[in-house]
Design a protein around this ligand. Structure first.
Ligand code: UDP
Ligand code: MG
Length: 311
């Protein structure tokens, strides 16, 4: 009998988790030809998430959990889930029911009957989201897709069902700075995209502030393309050419009108402008350097405090 592992990263989800379990349990009853495993990753929650996981484990032997020693972030939670899941198919899903579990049936059928390796989801609209956030999100996808060879799909969610082979490929990438959307795209495989309307979370609050999302966006760019470094180089070359022309113009002007002292304000403006550009480019290099620094330390991506086995 085939097995589906459902990985659910949970960070302070005491309100949503019981609702989620109920829903996924119903779906598993409908898919009665397949065995299930529910793997909850408690990402250092400070509420009752862990004790709910424990209760569910006692009630249902299909439920497993991994509890982190602190909050390591959703990417780390997904990685821990992928590493520890034992199913033939592996699904990643949010605990807040924004990823409707009933889609699993359709997803499984696509893989089983139409030969896909992976079925991923994207939302078609951004209903219920602040306008400014949607605007920045759209810009982000335009920019990153121009700069990176890896395709990032606008509105892609982390909700997906994958075959074992694909999951093994994702796990084999042990990088510390994990940007799952890019990693899933990087490994390739035959992916079917299905669309659904954005649903608001059933309970609790989102953990993403605008600022966090912005930084996450930068991470995505730095992790999947080095073209910003190229931009720095190009700006440098352009300014060399520009200054060369300016020198010639000034020499000619001085020879004709001989006016050596004017132009102080424009000089200051140019100095400010150029030091701005320089700091900007150093910043870009700094971003890559800091990522390299973190990678070379090779720290663990997550640290387990307890699981259902060693409790
Ligand atoms: N999550 C996590 N660790 C974090 C932040 C979030 O495991 O540090 C989980 C969270 O519990 C939820 C999923 O990631 O299951 C998505 O989080 P959220 O709903 O806040 O994000 P959104 O759906 O608004 O993008
Ligand atoms: Mg959510």
């Amino acid at each position: 009998m085939e097995k589906i592992s459902v990985i659910v990263p949970c960070y302070n989800e005491e309100e949503s988790l019981p609702l989620f379990y109920e829903e996924i349990n119903n779906i598993s009853k409908k898919m009665n030809k397949i065995k299930f495993e529910f793997l909850f990753i408690d990402d250092g929650s400070s509420d009752k998430t862990l004790s709910i996981c424990k209760k569910l484990t006692k009630k249902d032997s299909r439920v497993r959990y991994i509890s982190f020693s602190r909050n390591f972030g959703k990417e780390a939670a997904i990685y821990a889930g992928l590493e520890n899941a034992i199913g033939d198919y592996i699904a990643v899903m949010d605990a807040d029911l924004q990823d409707p579990p009933k889609l699993l049936i359709e997803m499984y059928n696509y893989i089983k009957n139409e030969g896909y390796d992976c079925v991923a989801t994207r939302r078609v609209n951004r209903k219920g989201e602040p306008l400014i956030r949607s605007f920045f999100a759209r810009c982000f996808y335009k920019i990153i897709n121009k700069m990176s060879k890896i395709e990032m799909v606008d509105g892609a969610r982390d909700f997906r069902l994958m075959k074992r082979e694909m999951v093994n490929a994702v796990i084999s990438m042990k990088e510390y700075n994990r940007y799952s959307k890019g990693l899933f795209s990087f490994v390739g495989f035959n992916t079917k995209w299905i669309e659904y309307e954005n649903i608001e979370r059933v309970a609790g609050k989102t953990k993403w502030s605008f600022w966090k999302l912005l930084l996450y966006g930068f991470d995505g760019i730095v992790d999947f393309t080095t073209s910003p470094l190229m931009i720095a180089t190009i700006i440098g070359v352009l300014f060399c050419i520009l200054s060369f022309i300016a020198i010639i113009v000034i020499i000619i002007r001085t020879l004709i009108w001989s006016d050596p002292t004017s132009g102080w304000p424009s000089m200051i403006c140019i100095m400010f402008f150029l030091s701005g550009i320089q700091l900007f480019c150093i910043g870009i290099i700094g971003l890559y350097l800091s990522k390299t620094y973190l990678e070379t330390k090779a720290r663990p991506i997550y640290i387990i405090k307890e699981t259902e086995k060693n409790k």
